[in-house]
Design a protein around this ligand. Sequence first.
Ligand SMILES: *[C@@H]1O[C@H](CO)[C@@H](O)[C@H](O)[C@H]1NC(C)=O
Ligand SMILES: *[C@@H]1O[C@H](CO)[C@@H](O)[C@H](O)[C@H]1NC(C)=O
Ligand SMILES: *[C@@H]1O[C@H](CO)[C@@H](O)[C@H](O)[C@H]1NC(C)=O
Ligand SMILES: *[C@@H]1O[C@H](CO)[C@@H](O)[C@H](O)[C@H]1NC(C)=O
Length: 615
Amino acid sequence: MLSVLLLSHLFTAAFAAQPSAPAPVEAPLRELPWGQLNFLQTTDVHGWFAGHLQEPSYSADWGDYISFAKHLRDRADADGKDLLLIDTGDRIEGNGLTDASDPKAIYTYDIVKEQDIDFICSGNHELYKTSSSEGELNFTVPNFKDKYLASNLDIFNPKTGNFEPLARRYKKLTTKNQGIRVLVFGFLYDFTGNSNNTIVHTVEDTIKQDWFQYAIRDEEVDLILVAGHVAIRSKEYDAIYKAIRSVQYDTPLQFFGGHTHIRDFKRYDDKTTALESGRYMETIGFLSISGLNGHSKSEDVSASKGLTFSRRYIDNNLFSLRHHSGTDQDTFTTSAGSKTSALIHEARKNLTLDTRYGCAPQDYWVNRAPYPSVLPGQFKQSHRAAKGHPALVITNTGAMRFDVFKGPFTRDTTFLISPFTSQFSYLRDVPYKKAKKLLQLLNNEGPIVVDKALSASVSGSLHRLMPELPEIESGDDDNDKTIVVTPLRKHKPYGQVPLGDKKPELIPGYTTKDDAGDDGDDTLHSEIKFYNVPPCIQASIGLGDSDSETLTDKEPQAVDVVYNEFLESWILLALEYLDEKRSKDDIALYMNGTLTDIITGWVSDNWAHDGDDCP
Ligand SMILES: *[C@@H]1O[C@H](CO)[C@@H](O)[C@H](O)[C@H]1NC(C)=O
Ligand SMILES: *[C@@H]1O[C@H](CO)[C@@H](O)[C@H](O)[C@H]1NC(C)=O
Ligand SMILES: *[C@@H]1O[C@H](CO)[C@@H](O)[C@H](O)[C@H]1NC(C)=O
Ligand SMILES: *[C@@H]1O[C@H](CO)[C@@H](O)[C@H](O)[C@H]1NC(C)=O
């Protein structure tokens, strides 16, 4: 049932998808529920503008999204309906296309801007580094002008020497065909890990400000939109919802959210819903609203129908995109789309993302080998291990963000599996009796507790391969420190699985359940099983329990506790709990290199290389 539409066409005519992208796979589809006002949403793209080059379900690229949106806009115009596009942030970090350049993301500003996005805002990942937020100030904001919204975000402008709103706080517009008056905000959740050149005002403070209170009292609006890098089930959106509803008791209200990387749809009340459209260019969210008051001169489609909201999660591949746009292989790709696909291809080439380090002999999932064996293998090269000091190495499973698929392990792969730049530190000579209790203390709910924000709310989708960075809550409740858990992880590889007799052959993938039921996904998929994994995993060096270690017959007195820098606060906290208080002065670098460098080193040493066959 493979539709091999793609390849022959690629090099001759228009550039659609990336040349190495797998052909899309045919699957049963649900139609898009068009309405009076329609939206397409992307969120948490994290640099995946080239699409997924090893997964057919998500193999369309940003250029294809441009072609797709153009066809849908044309259809909206022809039908007298409206279509608006939204991106809710975290466009960068997590893919070689954004992370392999210095400064990061320089190739992507020109790629993103080719899409005609109506509302765009910043995520937390745009703000970790000064250079990234300055990239927003220097490029994305000028590229999108008044379409960029920053309701609670200020930036230090080097030109004026002042902190200023990154973009406008809100805007109002009237839709082109239906004449619907829309008031729009663009929020970021209460993020605190930003570099010092930005200020994120808490949502709670922001909604008290005069400009916000003034804006929400506008009576000349038919719809209020809140687009934000905010989970749709969050205290931030609850607060905004209450603030707006307290002054506009029945104006239709629509939230678009992000950050938690899931497909989800929430109903707040009869006139308010929220959509979150996944992650990594796997999903293009579609939402429609009908029954709004329009002010178009020509026709009034709102009529007497009640207000309705409908959603669909589109798998981002050419099979779906062509189907929903009523096009085929000859008519799908627009010149703007093709130009952008070519731009992405060239950027990937310039960044040498296809350089191969090895060939993965099979699929590996984040919660399995090879990670546990990689760490001791490479860490033996550290100066401490070389001198015979035994060690326990602890890393958070959240540092491994993505699966490794059978086939080429390239420079691009290194950015996908672990984009974090933290290195490994150690505390020397920790009593072994205490050190060996650390892992359990970090992984079990106890005095060091799992982050509520991140472990909660996985309804709607189980696709949480990539948790967000943990942030220590700086609350005053002393024992209640929190660590991230990655609750559910993909277990099965991607691929077609024969099901029982007579059923259509479904491809494993998203099977979303949300407040509107289980019919949200455009593509009918078979379910993927997920397993819980602990937040942290451990490997040992010189303790005899991993392969090719010399067996020591008795326990050592003391070991080095080696950990991903990321976990430092929790390690110190856990040791303190074990009566082994250590200060930051005791901490030293264990080995040069990030987790990514370490895994890449291991792959080069252990897996087949260039020149060898690598299907
Ligand atoms: C942004 O522009 C300022 C000058 O206005 C410059 O100092 C800064 O380096 C630029 N940053 C980036 C990431 O382009
Ligand atoms: C941020 O911190 C650095 C280092 O402490 C300092 O040099 C810089 O001026 C600060 N930037 C702003 C905008 O305050
Ligand atoms: C790639 O590099 C070439 C040569 O340096 C340059 O002309 C081109 O603009 C670069 N492409 C992109 C997408 O930046
Ligand atoms: C890291 O590399 C630097 C520079 O090569 C070297 O001086 C240092 O000793 C290395 N540190 C460790 C812990 O290996």
